[in-house]
Design a protein around this ligand. Structure first.
Ligand code: F6R
Length: 364
């Protein structure tokens, strides 16, 4: 079943190009988003005052990508809620609010209960779910299945990338229906999305290089992931992945926030994984990296630059092929998944079965 791979996790990392194809192809027609086969009518996207995205863990980090994208591209306010928090606090949503619930399993109890609560306020609920016929899929007003195929490894990989792709398709449709996005821009965006599977294949060829760099990580006790904008949301995902399967304490920080306290923790040899793929804040991240480098951090930088040899910036540079800023996330996340995977195996942990964790959290 592992098709020759040593673990499900690495198999699922490699499955991402296929998984994304399965998610996006049925939802694209004439280079525009198309949800008729999912029975999601255009009226669902009309008259939307604000959006609340509810999920847990990795699914929530996919939601954060959706938030950044929708706010920046469409200017519609988006709130991302941790399901276990949302369900016990006062929901600030109305019948004009759209609620998007994201879950691979469709059975996470906090997410399900949060959905039930949200439905008391709005019927504009949509779930982005992988497992067919699951509770969350059944109880939401609309459902977009991600078609990633079964995800066996506890650490989510392909489920995340298809969730992000789904958020992009939904955001694009929302923009078109509300006239916040031109048909021309939407087509260009969707064409870029269709190139993602090939982009990921290119990134996967760097597997040996990533495996090599993790040798420097296996003895670490702390690690930091930093970035800005979409790269910040991605830092959270990279940090969670490393923690859960390698047991190394990791933190994600918005790069500009480090200097407000956390930089005190940077000392000689502390691994910092920096992501700098967003053009509008690129120089800002680079100067943040210089600050940690000057304090002795061991910096791995992921960026679109061909090469970086300046040792005042980074110790290891990972190049990702230059694509539009919204799409680098699909490339960078594959690098972060492989960093977590090889650090885990390098420490003798079975990444498919990390301690204390279950694939689907159906109890509170
Ligand atoms: C991390 C991971 C978890 C899940 C979370 C939500 O790698 O897999 O954080 O993302 O437990 O699970 P679902 O998506 O099934 O609701």
């Amino acid at each position: 079943e592992k098709e020759g791979y040593p673990h499900y996790m690495i198999k699922e990392i490699h499955e991402q190009p296929r998984a994304i194809n399965r998610t996006i192809s049925p939802r694209i027609k004439d280079s525009l988003p198309f949800f008729e086969d999912d029975n999601i009518p255009d009226s669902f996207f009309e008259d939307c005052s604000d959006i609340t995205i509810i999920a847990c863990g990795t699914a929530m980090y996919a939601g954060m990508v959706g938030k950044t994208f929708i706010q920046n591209k469409l200017g519609i306010p988006v709130n991302v809620a941790i399901a276990s928090e949302f369900r016990y606090e006062r929901p600030v949503i109305t019948d004009k609010s759209m609620v998007i619930v994201v879950s691979q399993s469709g059975e996470t109890i906090d997410t399900l209960e949060a959905l039930r609560l949200a439905k008391k306020y709005t019927q504009k609920t949509l779930s982005v779910v992988n497992v067919k016929g699951s509770s969350i899929a059944r109880e939401s007003n609309y459902v977009l299945y991600t078609h990633a195929g079964p995800e066996i490894a506890v650490a989510s990989t392909k489920a995340y990338t298809v969730q992000v792709a789904s958020m992009y398709l939904l955001g694009c449709k929302l923009g078109l229906v509300t006239n916040r996005l031109s048909v021309e821009d939407a087509k260009e965006f969707i064409n870029n999305l269709t190139k993602v599977p090939e982009m990921i294949k290119t990134v996967l060829t760097q597997e040996d290089k990533v495996a090599e760099l993790t040798k420097r990580m296996t003895n670490a006790t702390n690690a930091f992931f930093i970035g800005r904008g979409l790269d910040y949301t991605l830092s959270m995902e990279g940090s969670l992945k490393l923690k859960e399967i390698s047991y190394i304490h990791a933190e994600a920080y918005a790069a500009g926030e480090l200097k407000h306290g956390t930089i005190a923790l940077i000392s000689d040899g502390v691994p910092v994984i920096a992501i700098a793929t967003q053009d509008h804040v690129y120089s800002k991240v680079i100067s943040n990296i210089r600050e940690v480098k000057a304090r002795g951090a061991y910096v791995t930088l992921i960026s679109k630059d061909e090469v970086i040899t300046d040792k005042t910036i980074c110790d290891v540079h990972i190049h990702i092929p230059p694509v539009a800023d919204e799409f680098t996330i699909f490339e960078s996340v594959v690098i972060l998944q492989m960093i977590a995977y090889y650090t885990s195996t390098g420490r003798g942990v079975n990444p498919d079965q990390p301690r204390n964790l279950a694939k689907s959290v159906t109890v509170e």
